[in-house]
Design a protein around this ligand. Structure first.
Ligand SMILES: [Zn+2]
Length: 97
């Protein structure tokens, strides 16, 4: 069984515990899957605002074909009329994310 040592935790693990990476010499990443999971979770936590914005953007585009900028313009232009629709959009965005 081929093994490699994780540069993060220093443990020697089976290659199947490392994510494949074509750019790497060994064909696998230097950090093990467990360490990568921890790193990704930390990164996601630190960037949660970014993800929320991204999620909102994608949701508006997929469901309504509009950008967050369109949404803001709509909101400014038709505050009274669109408010109920926008309210629905906001609820859906929050619910799905
Ligand atoms: Zn590790």
């Amino acid at each position: 069984m081929k093994t490699d040592t994780c540069t993060k935790c220093g443990e020697t693990k089976a290659l199947e515990d490392f994510t494949r990476c074509k750019k790497s010499k060994t064909g696998y990443r230097k950090t093990c899957k467990d360490c990568r999971r921890v790193q990704q979770r930390k990164w996601m936590d630190e960037n949660s605002d970014h993800f929320k914005a991204l999620c909102r953007k994608q949701h508006l585009k997929v469901r309504y074909g509009i950008t967050p900028e369109d949404y803001d313009v709509m909101l400014q232009k038709q505050k009274g009329n669109v408010l109920s629709v926008i309210g629905t959009v906001r609820v859906l965005v929050t619910k799905d994310c």
